[in-house]
Design a binder for this molecule. Structure first.
Ligand SMILES: NC(=O)c1ccc[n+]([C@@H]2O[C@H](COP(=O)([O-])OP(=O)(O)OC[C@H]3O[C@@H](n4cnc5c(N)ncnc54)[C@H](O)[C@@H]3O)[C@@H](O)[C@H]2O)c1
Ligand SMILES: N[C@H](CO)Cc1c[nH]c[nH+]1
Length: 871
């Protein structure tokens, strides 16, 4: 192949010539006639170049040019810094040059480089030269040879002849033309095509047309002539087999700017890199001939079309028109990406950030190609930057209150170790501090906002959950195994354990077993008392008897969370009422531990409540399996239990799908607690209660309503929250949840009670002098803990009440799980002849009012018989 060369002086004067030459590949920038008279850095922005260094250059010059973006530097093989340079940068970036004088080298080659450039006085093919070159490079892996004859005009025949020896000819720009051959210049297209071979009878070259991201747009054919025309016009010109030269888009307007022409390893297929204008490459007006585009390129195309003409109400249009909103969204998404930890969340947040960042680019005329140019340039940099964050963002500075010195940029191998040492590891640790508000100074709208829970992106979560549910529905057990591997990192052979459970899977210490047994007894006692097993019988009028009786829901699925904590207590809270109610089949779902097993405490309780199946799966996939059933998981009639946002969303999805025929208990999400404390409170107790729920998960929210507390008492509570919180094993979670929580200073108890009823907390602690008295004022709460000796933890485990409670404010209309959750009531009525005689006219009259004749007739037909002979 040819390597076009241009002297620095000429290129500086005529950058368009430089960029035209670069259409067929990298360009060699050679020193001007007086040596290196020009700094090549600016030219490196315009095209991908190799820079040939003059004999007096140093290792720093080489590093500077490489760092500035030179694809390669051509260094005299005899230069004393070759070894040093090769220690600092990859040999892929270096070409060693040797002058050959009459086939004998002036210098020996001693180092491996990307390739070797031989400068000679003849352009003609010469077997002696070929032999010498092969001998000089025989000991190196790379056999890329470049042959330069600066003053001799090459011929197409010479290019092809050298090519047969696998030797590339360097051709000076003074011997090249982009507008056809002349007596002393070669046409660039023809010179480029001289090395190509066609495997087709018509001599054409198959040409894959791609966009700047290398997405294939379609397939064309090229001839030497069409290649020359493409280079001359810098547009997409091909050889149509039917119509001759084809100037793409000339009639349709879907023109192309030619960016680059490359060739494949066999030199028989071309790749045209183009910027496609208009609707697209395909005659069907799509961007590609291979169907719909996807990924980032599709996003860029969509954003461009929105910029040109966005429909009313388009969110992207809003972003284009409101730079402040766009700014805020970029910051928000960057922050969410920083917070994300799971693989799925990181991908999700990155996609969000890319969407908003690309919107900014498109709004400002920046293309994906511009971004990639920057990335490619950075990939060429050879000097390391210190990489510290700006002071504004440097969390380590904020944490230490210190000022840090920005180390200077360094060349690799020089003082990189020193740089590494000065860079401190930045750890993001939030303070365990609740925000404080004063009820009197808070506006109504702020109060409204404080009544809401940390925002859950319902649509986003649903968008993640629906495909999971669909997958389990369609692929059953196989999907369960795949999703468990994906989300829980565990490869299981089977997702279920069937009763009787192996004794070894539920072995516990006596202490733990006794504690579970005690908790079981209390929960059983309280839940057994909730079910009135008698039949309700009321004679509403003589001869008309109504009854109501209960039946247990036959098959129930109990979700026991297990993502961040083992929860045998939740197994009790769901299993015991289901057992008391008399459910015939109990399926318990819980995520696997990292070794694929189920915690023995959970198996122990499952066994105690008579579960038939333990489903070893968590999240939306477990809910879906119980809702629709699989070959191994029984389909259930009702799904109960708390869980994270995926679990809650999947329960909602299943409930709203009538084909699933399944109901749910309630939306029970991240735990929450509201404490009302007065001046008699113990600050350590208050803090411990707040932390007990804050440790559940980063989304948990705790609220303290401080009624007329002295500043010292409030400060003591805040101190306790901080010190107790920092000492907790789950302090990382608390550092996330406590900053989302708050203290509200209240003047009166009534104010506090009203606020609490509006908030409708899952758990309410009345840490008050006369706590009992205030219970009757509680309108909305999941469960209430009365007085200083009733910590919320007792309700979580063993007092007897249920801990599966409504969150997010649903305590306004939902009860927590109880025995009635697992039963339904059926009513019956029995009418005697006399009874129907008494009630019949009421029914026929109302049926007439509703115009329902068949209803009326069902009574009238009987009344006629009853009253026969009477009227
Ligand atoms: N209200 C109550 O009565 C009550 C009781 C106990 C626990 N809780 C709450 O239950 C929640 C338990 O949450 P958890 O996460 O510890 O356990 P979990 O069992 O609810 O969820 C874990 C599962 O979530 C799935 N998952 C995780 N990341 C995912 C992703 N990116 N996409 C799809 N699925 C994903 C995985 O399958 C994993 O098995 C906490 O919020 C806690 O406060 C509430
Ligand atoms: N507080 C949680 C639900 O509100 C339940 C729980 C389980 N283990 C400890 N606590």
């Amino acid at each position: 192949m040819i390597l076009p060369a241009i002297s620095l002086d000429v290129a500086a004067k005529d950058t368009s010539l430089l960029t035209s030459l670069a259409v067929v590949g990298d360009v060699l920038l050679t020193p001007g006639p007086q040596g290196q008279t020009q700094d090549p850095s600016a030219l490196l922005e315009a095209a991908s170049c190799w820079v040939q260094l003059p004999s007096d250059s140093t290792v720093d010059t080489a590093l500077d040019y490489l760092h500035a973006g030179a694809a390669k530097v051509v260094v005299p093989a005899a230069a004393d810094y070759v070894t040093s340079l090769l220690q600092q940068v990859s040999s892929d970036r270096i070409i060693l040059s040797v002058e050959l004088d009459g086939a004998s080298p002036a210098t020996a080659i001693t180092a491996e480089a990307f390739g070797y450039l031989f400068t000679v006085s003849t352009a003609a093919e010469d077997q002696n030269y070929v032999k010498t070159i092969r001998e000089l490079t025989a000991s190196f892996t790379s056999s890329r040879i470049y042959w330069s004859t600066p003053s001799v005009p090459p011929t197409i025949a010479a290019i092809a002849a050298w090519d047969k020896h696998d030797i590339n000819l360097v051709v000076s720009s003074t011997h090249l033309s982009t507008s056809g051959s002349s007596s002393n210049t070669l046409d660039l297209g023809e010179a480029f095509a001289a090395s190509l071979t066609s495997d087709r009878p018509d001599g054409l070259f198959a040409t894959i047309v791609v966009d700047e991201q290398r997405v294939a747009l379609g397939l064309c054919y090229s001839s030497v002539k069409s290649i020359s025309e493409a280079i001359r016009t810098r547009t997409g010109v091909y050889q149509s087999r039917a119509r001759g030269l084809w100037y793409k888009g000339a009639s349709s307007g879907a023109t192309q700017k030619l960016v680059k022409i490359t060739y494949d390893c066999d030199k028989d297929t071309l790749q045209f890199v183009v910027t496609q204008e208009g609707p697209g490459f395909c005659h069907l007006n799509t961007r590609t001939c291979f169907g719909a585009d996807s990924g980032i390129t599709a996003l860029e195309a969509l954003l461009r079309s929105r910029k040109a003409a966005a429909p009313q109400g388009s969110y992207t249009r809003r972003l284009f028109e409101d730079p402040v909103l766009l700014h805020s969204k970029i910051m928000e998404e960057a922050d969410e990406l920083v917070e994300a930890t799971s693989k799925a969340d990181i991908a999700w947040e990155t996609a969000d950030l890319i969407y908003f960042a690309l919107t900014k680019c498109v709004a400002n005329g920046v293309s994906l190609a511009d971004i990639e140019k920057q990335l490619d340039k950075r990939a060429k940099a050879v000097k390391r930057r210190a990489g510290n964050a700006k002071a504004k963002w440097d969390l380590s500075l904020k944490q230490n209150g210190a000022t840090k010195q920005e180390p200077a940029a360094t060349a690799p191998g020089q003082n990189a170790t020193a740089v590494a040492k000065t860079e401190t590891k930045v750890e993001r640790r939030k303070e365990i501090v609740m925000k404080t508000y004063s009820y009197a100074d808070t506006s109504d709208s702020e109060k409204e906002a404080l009544l809401l829970r940390p925002i859950i992106k319902t649509e986003e979560i649903l968008a993640r959950v629906k495909p999971i549910v669909d997958e389990v529905r369609s692929r059953g057990d196989a999907a369960l195994l795949d999703l468990t591997a994906k989300f829980d990192g565990v490869k299981l052979q089977s997702s279920v354990i069937k009763a009787p459970f192996p004794a070894g899977s539920m072995t516990l210490s006596k202490k733990v077993q006794d504690a579970i047994d005690q908790a079981y007894d209390n929960i059983y006692k309280f839940h057994d008392a909730q079910l009135d097993k008698s039949v309700l019988r009321v004679e509403t009028m003589p001869g008309v008897v109504c009854t109501r009786f209960f039946r247990a829901i036959e098959k129930v699925g109990l979700y026991v969370p297990g993502g961040t904590a083992v929860l045998p207590s939740s197994t009790l809270m769901l299993g015991v009422p289901a057992l008391v109610a008399g459910c015939k089949e109990i399926v318990i779902a819980t995520p696997p531990r990292i070794d694929g097993t189920v915690p023995p405490e959970v198996v122990y309780v499952a066994n105690k409540v008579g579960a038939s199946t333990i489903l070893i799966a968590g999240g939306a996939q477990a809910v879906a399996a119980m809702a629709y059933g699989t070959d191994t998981v029984p389909k259930v009639d009702k799904i109960c239990g708390p869980g994270n946002q995926y679990v809650t969303a999947a329960k909602m999805v299943a409930q709203s799908d009538s084909s699933a025929m399944v109901s749910i208990d309630m939306p029970a999400g991240p735990s929450e607690l509201l404490v009302i404390a007065d001046a008699t409170c113990n600050p350590a107790y208050v803090a411990s209660d707040l932390l007990s729920q804050a440790e559940h998960g980063p989304d948990s929210q705790v609220v303290l309503l401080a009624v007329d507390l002295k500043p010292e008492l409030l400060a003591a509570i805040e101190d306790e929250v901080k010190t107790q919180g920092e000492a907790l094993p789950r302090s990382d979670i608390v550092r996330e949840s406590i900053p989302k929580s708050y203290i509200m200073k209240m003047d009166t108890m009534q104010q506090a009670m009203d606020f609490s009823n509006n908030y409708a907390p899952e758990h309410l602690i009345l840490h008050l002098d006369d706590a009992e008295k205030w219970v009757e004022k509680v309108q909305n709460a999941g469960s209430v803990f009365v007085g200083p000796w009733s910590p919320e933890s007792c309700g979580d485990y063993a007092s007897g009440t249920n801990h599966t409670l409504p969150t997010y404010g649903y305590a306004r209309m939902y009860s927590g799980v109880n025995t009635l959750t697992f039963v339904k009531h059926i009513t019956s009525q029995t009418l005697t002849k006399e009874g129907l005689d008494r009630l019949g006219d009421t029914v026929t009259t109302l049926a007439e009012v509703e115009g329902l004749e068949a209803h009326r007739n069902a009574v009238a037909i009987r009344l006629k018989d009853i009253r026969k002979g009477r009227e």
